[in-house]
Design a binder for this molecule. Structure first.
Ligand SMILES: Cc1ncc(COP(=O)(O)O)c(C=O)c1O
Length: 409
């Protein structure tokens, strides 16, 4: 590899240009990454970090996975993009694999999670108009996060996400999660005007909060009874993160619509909406679309990602590592009362503290471990799905040392 491959601008120059030329929308830590290999990221100074963040559940096969890189190179040489004005083998094979592993249905590809939400929102409204006498209400749950587009934001039941952008889309209704009685009452009163329920099986952005099984079962039954679409947002939970390819498999409950993104493209932007066969006709030719959607390269990367996960014992690695991490975390919690709760499934883990956790996250970073903080007081731990036990143990050593030191501070 040439020397230039590793050479980079100094961090202060990158920061200066970022501030001068970019909208200031992100809270950035003072690091720029230059290189990634497996479970590790290297910054511009050459410092190595264990990556327990995966770009927020995105780079689930780690960095520079050899077969993926080779497939990307081959595909880039062959064709990167044509258009949805034509057919594409890469799209067709990806759609097949998604449907074969989920439920009988049809797929629409997007370029992000929020666009998958947007597509599902339009499908729901179109279904309401065509099949349910104009039903428009859509229910989502307090603490949810479905994206930043207008529909994504309106389905996200968090005031801080809406603030400053009103008026919001009408008929988006928010209920407390895990309350089947309230959901039943809402549908008894307004079922005739309700077209869909959007649900994250584990709320990621509000602290890794799994829905309880009885509630999800009740939601399924109520949706069937009232002919309401049940949409599972698997944008963060999907593609192996929870130990199954899709989180709904852990619940034994199948949705009518599923949205995906994040881990689907191993870092390349691609999302998808999978719609059960029966509801697929409610988005028809010309009603929705996208220039980039499911481009050859994007679709090939997502296909390879799923192929690698399904052919290499990666889900069993997720489950074994998950047991290991939960055990270590529970042992830590037993000695650290500042840890309130450990939640999650597979390698989608939240550790709730009795205080803000930004300081713990930045101390871990200084010590060479990348994590993040969700909803103020919950550390989110998301190693690559193919992380080795050795690296997971090293990451936990750093986390434990930082938590113990914080307790003594
Ligand atoms: C559950 C969920 N839905 C939707 C989104 C939005 O995805 P994107 O940021 O790709 O638009 C996210 C992103 O964090 C998410 O976690």
């Amino acid at each position: 590899m040439s020397e230039d491959f590793f050479r980079s601008w100094p961090l202060n120059e990158i920061q200066e240009k970022t501030e001068r030329y970019m909208l200031n929308l992100f809270n950035r830590a003072p690091i720029a990454f230059r290189f990634g290999q497996g479970e590790f990221l290297y910054d511009t100074e050459g410092k190595r970090y264990i990556d327990f963040l995966c770009g927020i559940a995105v780079t689930s096969l780690g960095h520079g996975e050899a077969d993926l890189v080779e497939a990307i190179r081959d595909q880039a040489e062959r064709i990167i993009h044509s258009s949805n004005l034509f057919y594409s083998q890469e799209q067709a094979q990806l759609a097949e694999v998604l449907v074969e592993h989920s439920f009988p249905g049809k797929v629409f590809f997007t370029n992000s999670g929020t666009e998958a939400t947007e597509a599902a929102f339009k499908l729901a409204r179109s279904y309401g108009q065509q099949a349910r006498e104009g039903a428009t209400r859509i229910i989502s749950f307090e603490g949810s996060f479905h994206g930043r587009s207008t529909a994504g934001m309106c389905l996200t039941a968090q005031e801080k996400i809406h603030s400053g952008f009103g008026p919001l889309l009408s008929d988006c209704v928010y209920l407390p999660p895990n309350d089947a009685d309230l959901l039943e009452k809402e549908l008894q009163d307004h079922g005739g005007n309700t077209c869909a329920i959007f649900l994250e099986l584990i709320q990621g952005e509000s602290g890794i909060r799994p829905m309880n099984k009885d509630f999800v079962k009740a939601a399924r039954e109520l949706c069937d009874e009232h002919e309401v679409l049940l949409v599972f947002d698997e944008i963060q939970t999907g593609i192996g993160r929870t130990g199954k390819l899709f989180c709904f498999e852990n619940y034994g409950i199948t949705p009518d619509v599923m949205t995906l993104a994040k881990g689907l493209g191993s870092g390349f932007p691609i999302g998808a909406m999978v719609v059960a066969e029966k509801f697929a006709p409610y988005l028809a030719k010309g009603q929705h679309g996208s220039t980039f959607s499911g481009g050859h390269l994007a679709a090939l990367i997502a296909y390879e990602t799923i192929r690698i996960i399904m052919t290499r014992e990666i889900l069993s690695n997720v489950n074994a590592l998950s047991d290991f991490l939960f055990q270590r975390l529970r042992a830590l919690a037993a000695t650290q009362p500042m840890i309130r709760e450990i939640r999650g499934m597979g390698l989608h883990i939240g550790v709730e503290f009795d205080r803000a956790c930004a300081e713990i996250v930045s101390r871990c970073r200084e010590a060479g471990l990348l994590l993040n903080c969700t909803s103020g007081n919950t550390v989110r731990i998301m190693p690559p799905l193919n992380c080795s036990l050795e690296t997971a143990a090293k990451g936990m050593d750093i986390f434990e040392a930082v938590v113990r030191a914080d307790d003594q501070a």
